[in-house]
Design a protein around this ligand. Structure first.
Ligand code: URA
Length: 433
């Protein structure tokens, strides 16, 4: 496909990386642009992605790759807003509904939160899928609508427009089917190109570690976090990362409407302790990065100010904040087979169960069931008696119960001689530029 007018030959770029050499800035600019234009073919880009996965890229190469992906599309500009902007990105986990209480909570303190989000794929849920369980709520906003909502309400959670980093969209779909998603330079540049193009002034990254996360081990999660913090800082975005535990689900629910319900509990001043703790830790980081050092987010959850912003945020996007949330047509329980201690509630297996019940999708065009998912009645470390309910499964299609139950049989371990687990640490580390 290459033409004589092109600056480079794709094969030369692939061979350079295959042989462990650094790519030049000009090579990177060209290959990202030429791939977006369709001049570099999918099979050539997949070969280059595999060479990057195997041989890595240094800091200069990753920064240049990120800049090239940003340059492939539009950049938003929030500088006309009357308040600072701060955003959060999570690498994704099971029961991770934190964006829902977090965005309105931070907006209470006169910080604008432009939360451009995606839909879920596989065992982790997507923020937009969760919010779409609210009757009337609309994910797609124009840039003008988003700006107006940021000025008037302070928080917006909406679908990322197709104009941001189009090179990433094409490359991510390719990586997904070529075994090259896990390359740290490619993950870091993919996430950060979208966040930098979005134009936020500060960014807090929630990098998950554990069975339910992308990164199963802490060393790689730390390397990813460090790489992203450097990319953000080099681009002038104040960036901080928290490494957080994803070995067991966050909160007691995994599934769209179930997670909205749990988020509402947090916004009402209650909710599971781990969800509250992580919401507050991330809120403090975002507020700090936006210069609001004296803000007290715990008070804003307790006194209803965060709930007020939530209601305005939902209404601004057509949602009915008072409407009952959808519930699944069928439920079935999983009960403890023996007396003992719950020693494991594995995040990945719970995520798979929620997905099998209909809460997630296998292909990006699949529909999701709003009411489907998993509701846990126990946490790691709890003592249980034989016959006690451990989980309620929710679905509209009861033929899904058997496969979900199979996942839950491996997810929850009850040991007759088990010991109560030590207190769970949610925040495992903090990385700054
Ligand atoms: N999320 C992204 O946006 N990109 C990746 O590469 C991985 C997760």
């Amino acid at each position: 496909m290459s033409s004589t007018t092109e600056a480079f030959d794709a094969v030369d770029v692939i061979v350079a990386k295959r042989d462990g050499r650094r790519l030049t800035g000009a090579q990177i600019d060209w290959v990202v642009d030429a791939y977006t234009r369709g001049v570099v073919a999918d099979e050539q880009m997949s070969s280059l992605a595999m060479a990057i996965l195997l041989n890595g890229m240094d800091r200069v190469e990753i920064a240049r790759w990120t800049a090239a992906m940003i340059a492939s599309g539009e950049r938003l500009d929030f500088s006309s807003l009357s308040r600072p902007t701060s955003d959060k990105h999570s690498t994704g986990g099971v029961g991770d509904k934190i964006t829902l209480p977090l965005a309105p909570l931070v907006a209470v303190f006169d910080v604008a939160v432009p939360q451009l989000s995606g839909r879920g794929l596989g065992h982790t849920g997507g923020t937009l899928d969760k919010l779409e369980s609210i009757p009337g709520w609309r994910a797609a906003l124009s840039n003008d609508e988003m700006m107006r909502q940021l000025e008037e309400v302070g928080a917006v959670i909406c679908q990322a427009g197709s104009g941001l980093a189009p090179a990433d969209r094409k490359l991510y779909a390719l990586r997904d089917v070529t075994g090259t998603v896990e390359a740290i330079p490619l993950i870091a540049s993919s996430i950060m190109s979208k966040k930098i193009a979005e134009g936020t002034g500060s960014l807090v990254l929630d990098v998950k570690v554990g069975s339910g996360a992308f990164m199963k081990d802490e060393t790689r999660a730390r390397e990813l976090a460090q790489t992203m913090v450097e990319l953000g800082s080099d681009a002038g975005v104040t960036t901080v990362a928290l490494l957080t535990d994803m070995s067991t689900p966050l909160g007691l629910t995994a599934g769209n409407a179930l997670e909205v319900r749990e988020s509402l509990e947090v916004l009402a001043g209650g909710g599971p302790a781990d969800v509250v703790e992580l919401t507050l830790s991330l809120a403090r980081e975002m507020l700090d990065a936006a210069g609001r050092r004296d803000a007290d987010p715990a008070a804003a959850l307790a006194d209803g100010r965060a709930m007020d912003v939530w209601r305005r945020m939902i209404r601004a996007q057509g949602g009915d904040a008072d409407a009952p949330l959808p519930v699944a047509r069928e439920t079935e329980q999983v009960v403890a087979a023996t007396d003992g201690i719950v020693t494991t509630v594995d995040a990945y297996a719970v995520g798979i169960a929620a997905w099998r019940l209909g809460a997630g999708r296998a292909r990006k065009e699949d529909p999701v069931q709003a009411g489907a998912g998993v509701e846990l009645h126990v946490r790691q470390g709890d003592a249980v008696r034989a016959g006690q309910p451990l989980v309620t499964m929710h679905t509209d299609t009861p033929d899904r119960f058997d496969r979900a139950r199979a996942a839950l049989d491996t997810a929850l371990v009850v040991e007759p001689e088990g010991r109560p687990a030590p207190d769970r640490r949610i925040v495992l580390g903090r990385i700054t530029g």
